[in-house]
Write a protein that binds this ligand. Structure first.
Ligand code: SF4
Length: 436
């Protein structure tokens, strides 16, 4: 008697899962298009007083500057997985030429494609973005950025020794972004006391914050950069509001290998050494100073980091969009199939080294030396799916974590968590389908 009931439940679960997976896929596909095509924002389409606003031109996807406020991100969909509701969130890359348009419809917001007429109901979440507050005499929102809904981001310095010595990465816009935002000033290096106080103040006022990341330029010495992070991590680990936050940094490998152990000892949870590309030639012209450090040394740093942090906690980032520009440099268009194949090959090589690959989706506000590269939303979606399957199948990420890094809602500006989530859902789906 139990048999048919159980089978009915299974078929109901399967139908539900099919529907859930299919709707999540649609949302991730839309996210890919919003990241590659950008979006226009209709004035008055949201309440500017309660949401996290974009404050940097980095993501404007062109040199056009919006005349009105732009939300930082849009929630495209909520996915029901087991007992959790997970958001698919897209960063707003403002582009006044985009076919995608955020509009208000009564009390709701819609994203409408003006060419195809496709419409999707979306939400803009109300979150604290620290406007109107100050810490040690400086505006808190200039020190702490709200990234996604549960992640804090701080930039210790916009100075970069690579940049200053003429070896700036060709995709970098860190100084230009700062100049756009604040006006042309001397490069800054924030005191560790100020960074700690700002981290604590931001974490204390919002319980939904679970993670923190520090990312800035390289200081004059590789070891000096890592020592700065060790000290900063020790300081934030001494405060109850920040000690339990999940902590992540990215920098180049130190000369003194023992500093990697020091990072782990100071409470760091995840460490990135970003190769950007595994192609030596591309690395040479995209990131000349990283090329001087060389891929072999970065790989050694990654291997030593795995000893300190464990498999699944050591990452390297690749830039989606620059891998196959090669002889077409400076390229404005890419063949998505070539780029996807190159990215997947490089992701596999990193996984073979037990390193978790991640990726950023190339963008330019016209302030770097690479300039705009036209990406395909469909191509990015296909890559996102294949990347997700690859990393999910590697088994390096414990499914209980629910994402490759941070949480599914933390990284609206890239799609690696989304791809992994879709692959994880498919794995669960097959398990239910086969009665497992
Ligand atoms: S290391 Fe980072 S901050 Fe320095 S030039 Fe490269 S991308 Fe820019």
């Amino acid at each position: 008697m139990n048999g048919p009931v159980a089978m009915n439940n299974v078929s109901l679960d399967v139908r539900n899962m099919q529907e859930v997976v299919s709707r999540a896929k649609e949302a991730v596909a839309l996210k890919c298009h919003l990241l590659t095509d950008g979006i226009r924002i209709e004035q008055g389409s949201f309440d500017t007083s309660k949401v996290n606003l974009t404050r940097r031109h980095l993501y404007d996807y062109g040199t056009s500057v919006p005349e009105h406020e732009v939300p930082y991100e849009i929630i495209l969909h909520w996915v029901d997985v087991a007992t959790k509701r997970l958001p698919i969130v897209a960063r707003v890359r403002y582009n006044k030429e985009s076919p995608w348009h955020l509009v208000r419809d009564g009390s709701e917001q819609l994203v409408i494609n003006s060419v195809t007429g496709d419409r999707s109901a979306v939400k803009i979440r109300e979150v604290a973005d620290f406007r109107g507050q100050s810490i040690m005499g400086q505006p808190l929102d200039s020190l702490v950025q709200r990234l996604g809904y549960d992640l804090l981001g701080l930039v210790p310095t916009n100075y970069c020794a690579f940049y200053r010595s003429g070896g700036k990465c060709a995709f970098c816009e860190i100084v230009e972004t700062h100049d756009d935002l604040i006006g042309r000033t001397a490069p800054y290096r924030r005191s560790l006391e100020l960074l700690t106080a700002a981290s604590v103040a931001a974490a204390e006022q919002d319980e939904s914050v679970t993670s923190i990341t520090f990312n800035g330029g390289q200081l004059n010495g590789l070891d000096e950069t890592v020592r700065m992070y060790v000290r900063l991590l020790e300081m934030i680990s001494n405060h109850s509001a920040t000690e339990s936050l999940d902590k992540t940094i990215a920098c180049m490998p130190p000369e003194d290998w023992s500093l990697i152990e020091d990072l782990a000892g100071a409470g760091l949870n995840q460490f990135f050494i970003n190769v950007e590309t595994m192609d030596e030639q591309v690395l040479q012209y995209m990131a000349p100073k990283k090329s001087e450090i060389g891929l072999p040394r970065m790989f050694e740093g990654l291997e030593r980091s795995i000893n300190a942090f464990g498999v699944g906690r050591v990452y390297s980032n690749l830039v989606y969009g620059i891998q196959t520009i090669g002889s077409k440099w400076p390229a404005k268009w890419l063949r998505a199939s070539d780029e996807n194949a190159a990215m997947l090959q490089q992701a596999k090589e990193l996984l073979d080294r037990r390193v978790v690959p991640t990726f950023t989706v190339y963008h330019s506000s016209g302030r770097n030396s690479t300039g705009p590269i036209r990406l395909s939303g469909d191509g990015l979606f296909r890559f996102t799916i294949e990347y997700g399957e690859l990393v999910r199948d590697s088994g390096y990420i414990d499914p209980a974590r629910g994402a490759v890094l941070f949480s599914i809602g933390s990284l609206p500006n890239t799609t690696y968590n989304d791809g992994w989530l879709l692959a994880d859902m498919a794995t669960r789906f097959h398990s239910i389908e086969s009665g497992g």
